[in-house]
Design a protein around this ligand. Sequence first.
Ligand SMILES: *Cc1c(COP(=O)(O)O)cnc(C)c1O
Length: 408
Amino acid sequence: MLTSELIALEEQYGAHNYHPLDVVIERAAGAWVYDVEGRKYLDFLAAYSAVNQGHCHPAILKAFTDQAHRVTLTSRAFRNDQLPLLYKELHDITGYDMALPMNSGVEAVETALKAARKWGYTVKGIPANQAEIIVCSNNFHGRTITVVGFSSDQQYRSGFGPFAPGFIEVPFGDAEALRNAITPNTCAFLVEPIQGEAGVLIPPTGYLQQVESICREHNVLFMADEIQAGLGRTGRFFAHQHEDVTPDVVIIGKALSGGYYPVSAVLASRTILGVFHPGDHGSTFGGNPLACAVARAALRVIIDEDLAQRSADLGAHALARLQTMDSPILQHVRGRGLWLALELNTPARPYCEALKARGVLCKETHDTVIRLAPPLIIEKADLDWALDQIEAVIAPAPAQVQHAVLTH
Ligand SMILES: *Cc1c(COP(=O)(O)O)cnc(C)c1O
């Protein structure tokens, strides 16, 4: 079927909760995707960092198909032979005592919120139903009613209330605001170490260290949402490692499956995850053997291929190139590893369309920001080719200059 026919079907029969670029992808390999017309594109979004390992990574594919032939779902009513191995490997890689597996990212966020509240009541001694969790302005933690209830984006909330109480917002990057918001009933502070959906916003140096010491001082759990920032994206395994801090709770998802399957998890100490007793929390698919086999392979790829270091090296190169680009519309460039943002002084969508026409797929975030997040396995030559396309698209327009000369 043609692009236009497939788009027409999607528009007619699907809910319109997204506004995708009109490219219909039918296959992908590594950093490249191919549309139904046979055109190829370099993927500069990587499914919001779910495919850090590259599309259809052969090692993850093998784990996926091997496990799919053995057993895919047992439910947690029974045990399976993959979950204990995933637990052990997560512990060995991250140092956290325990993990709790879920599926989508927001489910892991909800799980962390439940753990924090229960810890608040049973360990910290907060009076029943009084627990408060502090969150940041411009946060993105997913789309459930609880989570959009503490979003500062009006569109995410509008029409979906009433919302759960007990969430307090402070400005991102302002440690004093966090200190001032803490009360005896505060059980946790939830933060993205770098805010992705907000436009790759990097907090001031030292922020996470201050957050860590303020949380310790007040017996408040420091919870890092690493769903998009983690697993190599920023040039370290976890983005919070740039500041050498140890959050009490780390939430992971997205690249935990390398794009094969929704897999997420909450990592924490025994004191925190130990608040859950049989029946307190669960998920039919959470911790299923297919998800666990995929996650084990996806983690192994990140480590064996040293993707965090690759992200740091290629990201530094990309940032340096972007910083020298001459453009009347480019206001600001920022980035950590292969996670970069171009802040424009004009809506970004037409530039994403222009990049698509040149074979580079990226997506605007918050109107005027283009986020760049290619798979971390991208070849340097491909990265440079894409940067050439970006440079051409944002450059002072030669076509218009020529046109002006012609009409003189
Ligand atoms: C994507 C994302 C989520 C939500 O993950 P889903 O799998 O879409 O539910 C939560 N937090 C952050 C930081 C994210 O980037």
